[in-house]
Design a protein around this ligand. Structure first.
Ligand code: ATP
Ligand code: LTN
Length: 334
């Protein structure tokens, strides 16, 4: 707990263009929660290199992502928005936590299995220990709450297990974090395959709405969204495509699925898809304008990066020194 406020931590990978899934499942909740908590939001560039990246592009994507956090409404003077790679404590704590995590636990992680399948020629150790770095991110800041999409729940459970295991051995060292999964938008599916989550690393760009897509593109992608032949707008598992569109519409309009079913009772899929597309486009437009504006102000963004890296380092070092002492590393001589 910092200044009587509980600590909230979250992060995103700078691996591609952010999608509507990332926005509705994560970023939007961060903005809603940020007043209530002392917040840390990282661009997890160290996680990004578990998959091969082009260095110039990674640097650019990481900066774009940091700007997007601010554009979405997170005030960088009140929220610590920083690059994971600027705080060496992440890697140092991760090493220690590696020694308190079992191979069997990591073997069970579904994201590892998915990503290994997608990157068969590069199943590196980082991909395997990815969740331990995530645990280090969270535990380094003594986080109470971690807002993520449903797909990250398994990693969060592991983080809690590691923290509890460590606390049992050494006393109350870590705060054991809780996940926060938003009510709507926790699992947005691909528009081209409603059985698969919308993902920024998807090879089919028509399956994802990117946050910087223009209005025409957004509407076109919704028009082409895969649905079914029931011709009824009902929120049920037999109609995963329509269910997904209702989830999206619900998240951007704050209407409940029941209200949406009523609103479109007797109407066709074409009309519904257009309404969803328009609602999404008008939600994203202010965000896009702000990204364009902030991207021009290099000096301001640089100052935020510098200030927040210092702040994050300060808190991270506090936890790290405590942990190093507990495991028996020699004290530093000052
Ligand atoms: P990648 O395709 O590179 O694995 P991703 O699109 O899954 O990336 P992440 O960087 O892994 O995105 O996730 C960032 C945040 O967005 C996480 O909190 C994650 O739970 C959330 N998120 C990602 N995809 C979705 C989705 N389809 N629906 C809801 N939330 C999502
Ligand atoms: N693994 C997460 C990103 C992530 C994260 C974190 C989320 C890395 N470190 C700490 C919350 C807290 C993902 O792929 N979405």
């Amino acid at each position: 707990m910092l200044n009587d406020k509980k600590v909230l931590y979250s992060g995103m990978q700078a691996t591609g263009k952010l999608t509507l899934g990332n926005y509705l499942g994560a970023l939007k909740n961060w903005v809603t929660l940020n007043e209530e908590y002392e917040c840390f939001f990282s661009v997890v560039d160290m996680h990004s290199i578990t998959v091969r990246q082009n260095p110039t592009e990674l640097r650019k994507k990481a900066r774009d992502l940091l700007i997007l956090y601010i554009a979405a409404g997170l005030d960088p003077k009140k929220n610590c928005i920083y690059y994971q790679s600027h705080v060496s404590g992440h890697a140092e704590l991760m090493w220690i936590l590696n020694c308190y995590t079992y191979m069997g636990e990591l073997n069970r992680m579904t994201q590892f299995k998915d990503k290994s399948r997608k990157n068969e020629d590069n199943i590196n150790a980082g991909l395997f220990t990815y969740p331990v770095l995530m645990a280090a991110d969270i535990l380094l800041f003594q986080s109470d709450v971690v807002p993520v999409g449903a797909d990250q729940m398994q990693h969060l459970e592991l983080t809690r297990d590691i923290a509890e295991r460590f606390n049992k051995l050494y006393g109350d060292v870590f705060t054991v974090p809780e996940a926060y999964i938003g009510k709507t938008g926790a699992r947005i599916m691909s528009l081209q395959n409603p059985e698969k989550k919308m993902s920024k690393s998807d090879e089919n760009p028509n399956g994802s709405i990117y946050l910087l897509d223009d209005t025409d593109t957004i509407i076109r992608k919704f028009k082409r969204a895969v649905t079914d032949s029931y011709s009824e707008i009902l929120y049920r598992d037999e109609q995963p495509g329509i269910k997904n569109l209702i989830d999206i519409y619900s998240a951007v309009t704050n209407k409940t699925p029941g209200e949406i079913e009523k609103e479109f009772d007797g109407k066709g899929y074409g009309e519904f898809k257009l309404a969803v597309g328009e609602a999404v486009a008008s939600t994203l437009k202010p965000l896009q304008d702000r990204v364009a504006e902030l991207s021009k102000d290099k000096a301001y963004i640089d100052s935020i990066i510098k200030e927040n890296a210092e702040k994050a380092n300060y808190f991270a070092t506090k936890t790290l020194r405590k942990v190093q002492r507990k495991v028996g590393f020699p004290d530093r001589i000052r």
